[in-house]
Design a protein around this ligand. Structure first.
Ligand code: ZN
Length: 173
């Protein structure tokens, strides 16, 4: 049976509006907005982690959500990190599992404070034993502190304020 619903211009107008909304910068997103990639929620002018509220709470406070892409996902797509952590030394070779686990745990804890703080990439070998890139300068620093606290060694912080980049080098022989 064919629908008798009239196919009006309104259909097209609506679609145009939706597209315009999607391409607005994330900071100007209508609230509440949800990142269509990672599920982070933008509300009350801040981003919260996808699983920070229980199912019940989400039901209670449910309102239509606008789709957007959060700044961290935009960064992951563009591949431009704000932080680098370089790991070197013989200790890494024999303890890489513990070290990688520590970095994962620390980045998960950081995400509770700021869901936009994330590890972007893990690169083994090449110039360094391991290079970890992060979406924020702060997360790179935090990982450096965590490495030094857990495993000792030496850590060096190098900041470029102008470019908002942090390079953290950790080493233990
Ligand atoms: Zn996202």
């Amino acid at each position: 049976m064919r629908s008798k619903k009239p196919y009006t211009n309104a259909t097209f107008t609506k679609r145009v509006d939706h597209e315009a909304g999607r391409h607005r910068p994330a900071r100007a997103a209508s609230e509440p907005a949800v990142c269509e990639d990672c599920g982070a929620v933008y509300e009350s002018r801040r981003w919260t982690a996808p699983n920070s509220a229980s199912g019940d709470q989400q039901q209670k406070h449910w309102r239509p959500q606008h789709l957007t892409v959060c700044p961290a996902c935009v960064q992951q797509q563009s591949g431009e990190p704000r932080g680098f952590v370089y790991l070197d030394g013989a200790f890494f070779v024999t303890h890489h599992e513990e070290i990688e686990q520590l970095l994962k745990n620390e980045s998960e804890r950081a995400a509770e404070d700021n869901p936009l703080a994330r590890i972007m990439e893990w690169k083994r070998g090449d110039t360094h034993k391991l290079t970890v890139t992060t979406t924020t300068e702060h997360l790179a620093q935090r990982l450096g502190h965590a490495l030094e606290k857990a495993f000792g060694g030496t850590v060096h912080y190098d900041f470029s304020h102008e470019n908002k980049l942090a390079r953290v080098s950790w080493q233990r022989e």
